[in-house]
Design a protein around this ligand. Structure first.
Ligand code: FAD
Ligand code: NAP
Ligand code: SF4
Length: 674
């Protein structure tokens, strides 16, 4: 019997059957906006071949005013329908099923023409919506119905009506954004008229044998959101109106509680969906931070839902389901929930991809074909750059050996995984080991290599990473000064009062490590208490009346940078606020615009601004240097001096703005060309 009997069980919807319990949730990848429909079709077909039962496309606008941004994709013309036919044909040929999401952004539309129930501006948008009149509301409903009809014409198996995450429909449901006094506002019955009418009229228009998913906000996490009873009432009405499946939405985009970031515990919100089980007769899907077949199976086995939705895990590995079914769960490339290459790209207007899998959305661009002639390839450095190159090259048929001076693979990822809230990096390092083994890579760990060791290989790849930058601060040789490597890798003793020099990604991570005791990511009740999440049956909207209740900080930390800008400004677009909020909850003192004058036994002496004013001693027991990094090019330079051509990738190539995303991307792309 399979290890995942619940996950792999079919689901009979009456007029059609889903082959397993896995839905690929909607992701806005910006692929449609490229206009390259072969590329879009290949993205979905690749995932259909990977075994997922049903996919939902990125949100398609029902009309111009409802687009997330001006020019957002939708089914407006005959040509649009023909383009989408390419997707549905290719998915069906691959044995898959696909539904189109209809997304009306309402006041979240990045446009001065945005509309909503009332003229209440969102904190995450510069534009206040125009309040719709009766005619305007009818037009929005009609446009959504038309979009569903066109989706059917384009060959989709169904549609998902986006009713959560604070978009248009959700804005009607809660009094926070709906201030109307007509039949669309006021009482709860009036406020849920819009979703019910939409589902009813879509069902009428598309007929009975078409999947209609309604994405329901189960826990709004904003002031004056819905109570649990109200959520159940809406779910029951949506079922009566003709929905086939209810999918889960967690939190509005403007909520100040993380819902999908890596520090959110796995399956953190499955309990919310479980509360709906048995209250409706149609299948219920749960979602958020489900990223392994074990977690998904557990969620189903414990009755939290009938199906699971995973979105980003299908960027990381399109073959998730097939690998699970084949007993190769350890070979599933894990989504570490970093958002670095998916959501961060989406919000920067770039095409999404995946830190772990740069082929995501680039399926037509990065080949994975076998080579005609195998070469011997030496890779120096088993960090993410070297390992990605090695695995890709070996999968293509090359004979690859990876050397690393350390006795474990993973490079700097082994420090990242020590940080509370970044436990997913353990899984990433484990996957690198499993994938390297499966690809037949020879690992030579504990071996510092030099030029002589590399003679005789057809290709040499130098992925020797980085070394810490020397900030040249007088007194930095003192016994009270440590580097981030001392702290995270060597576990050096750190005092109670700490000054952290450098507020980049590593400075923030080290501060988090120093102030946190037990990681709340490892304990759902602790995490909920820390962020102030509660049961919406007890506290409206799931916001605890007590507010966030973080544990006291383990140490007193001052985090400093020379730039005068807000510390953390350059962290991830969609996750930086979480890192800043987490440190603020622990009372970390963040200082910008400092000059480091010296370090003495008393602490760190700083001044401020170009004029070096306001000299101050920051009293502390330990100073930790997180002042950035420089390339470790010693081997690359020595090879060059000997006339040996080598490919230099990752941090060894360029240290500035290096991260695992760039390191892996460079490694995979190089090996795809070898
Ligand atoms: P490295 O990971 O540095 O690997 C280089 C390897 O080469 C090392 O294992 C080293 O032992 C080996 N080596 C060097 N010289 C030799 C030699 N002569 N012979 C044999 N072996 C040699 N990035 C993100 O994208 N997201 C994050 O959230 C994130 N968090 C981080 C948190 C921390 C605390 C740290 C320290 C880093 C974090 N990073 C993060 C950065 C990321 O880990 C690095 O960008 C990435 O590891 C660089 O990859 P690389 O392969 O170029 O080098
Ligand atoms: P970084 O982000 O470039 O930050 C370096 C910090 O050191 C900055 O705050 C910088 O600020 C300071 N600095 C630079 N030169 C200095 C000098 N001479 N003296 C004193 N301070 C100096 O680098 P990092 O923190 O080392 O991180 C390395 C890479 O890992 C980054 O590119 C980052 O993207 C990645 N990473 C990512 C994450 C993530 O969550 N995505 C987490 C950790 C690491 P001032 O110049 O203003 O002082
Ligand atoms: Fe997951 Fe990060 Fe890849 Fe996005 S970029 S899919 S969050 S691993």
């Amino acid at each position: 019997m399979s290890s995942y009997p619940n996950l792999l069980a079919p689901l009979d919807l009456g007029f059609t059957t889903l082959k397993n319990r896995v839905l690929m949730g909607s992701m806005h990848t910006n692929l449609e906006e490229t206009g390259d429909w072969n590329r879009v079709a290949e993205f979905y077909a690749t995932r259909a071949r990977g075994g997922v039962a049903l996919m939902v496309t990125g949100g398609m606008a029902p009309n111009r005013e409802g687009g997330v941004f001006p020019g957002a994709a939708g089914l407006f013309t005959e040509q649009d329908i023909a383009n989408h036919r390419m997707i549905t044909d290719r998915v069906h040929d691959a044995g898959g099923k696909i539904a189109m999401q209809i997304l009306h952004a309402g006041r979240y539309a990045y446009s001065p023409d945005c509309v909503g129930p009332s003229a209440v501006k969102s904190p995450i948008s510069p534009f206040a919506p125009k309040e719709l009149d009766e005619e305007g509301i009818e037009k929005q409903i009609a446009d959504i119905v038309t979009a569903a009809v066109r989706a059917r014409e384009a060959g989709y198996d169904g549609v998902e009506v986006m009713g959560s995450e604070g978009y248009f429909i959700n804005q009607f449901i809660v009094s926070h954004t709906n201030k109307r006094e007509d039949r669309w506002g006021g009482s709860y019955e009036n406020r849920i008229r819009l979703p019910i009418e939409i589902v009813r009229r879509v069902r009428e228009a598309v007929g009975p044998d078409f999947i209609l998913i309604y994405r329901l906000s189960m826990i709004d996490l904003i002031p004056n959101g819905s109570t649990h009873d109200e959520v159940v009432q809406l779910a029951q009405e949506v079922e009566k109106a003709g929905a086939t499946i209810i999918n889960t939405g967690i939190g509005w985009h403007e909520a100040r509680i993380p819902t999908i970031a890596t520090s959110v515990p796995r399956a953190a919100f499955a309990w919310v969906t479980k509360k709906l089980m048995g209250k409706v007769g149609i299948p219920v899907i749960t979602s958020n931070r489900i990223n392994t077949p074990e977690v998904a199976e557990d969620v189903l086995e414990t009755g939290c839902a009938d199906m699971v939705s995973m979105a980003r895990p299908f960027l990381a590995d399109p073959d998730f389901v097939n690998k699970a079914a084949a007993g190769q769960g350890h070979l599933i490339a894990p989504c570490i929930a970093c958002n670095q290459a998916c959501l961060d790209h989406t919000f920067q207007g770039k095409v999404s991809t995946c830190l772990v899998n740069p082929r995501a959305c680039y399926e037509t661009e990065i080949p994975s074909d076998k080579v005609a002639t195998a070469k011997t390839v030496a890779v120096v450095g088993a960090g993410p750059a070297g390992l990605s190159a090695a695995i890709t090259a070996a999968e293509r048929g090359h004979d690859v050996t990876v050397f690393d001076a350390a006795d474990q693979l993973g490079g700097q990822l082994n420090m990242a995984k020590q940080v509370p809230g970044k436990e997913e990096f353990y899984g990433l390092v484990d996957w690198f080991a499993a994938a390297a083994d499966a690809a037949g890579v020879t690992l030579a760990l504990g071996k510092h290599v030099w030029v002589e060791d590399l003679k005789g290989f057809d290709e040499v790849i130098v992925a020797t990473g980085v070394t810490p930058r020397d900030p040249e601060i007088p007194g930095q040789d003192g016994a009270n000064v440590l580097s981030y490597i001392d702290v995270l890798a060597q576990k050096a003793e750190v005092g109670d009062r700490v000054a952290v020099i450098g507020a980049g990604g590593i400075g923030f991570d080290v501060s988090e490590y120093l102030v946190t005791g037990e990681s709340p990511t490892e304990s759902l009740p602790d995490w909920m208490r820390e962020w102030g999440v509660s049961d919406p049956a007890e506290d409206r909207s799931g916001l605890a009346e007590t507010g966030p209740q973080p544990d006291a900080a383990e140490r007193s930390v001052t985090l400093l940078q020379r730039k005068a800008e807000k510390p953390g400004k350059r962290l991830g677009k969609t996750t930086g606020w979480i890192h800043r909020a987490a440190l603020m909850m622990k009372g970390v003192d963040m200082r910008a615009g400092v000059n480091y004058e010296s370090i003495t036994a008393e602490g760190l002496h700083v001044s401020y601004g170009d004029a070096r004013e306001k000299p101050e001693l920051i009293e502390c027991d330990t100073v930790v240097l997180c002042a950035g990094q420089v390339s470790n090019r010693a081997l690359a330079d020595a090879l060059e001096a000997e006339g040996i051509t080598a490919h230099v990738i990752g941090g060894a190539d360029v240290a500035a703005e290096l991260d695992a995303k760039r390191a892996i991307n460079q490694g995979v792309r190089l090996a795809a060309e070898l």
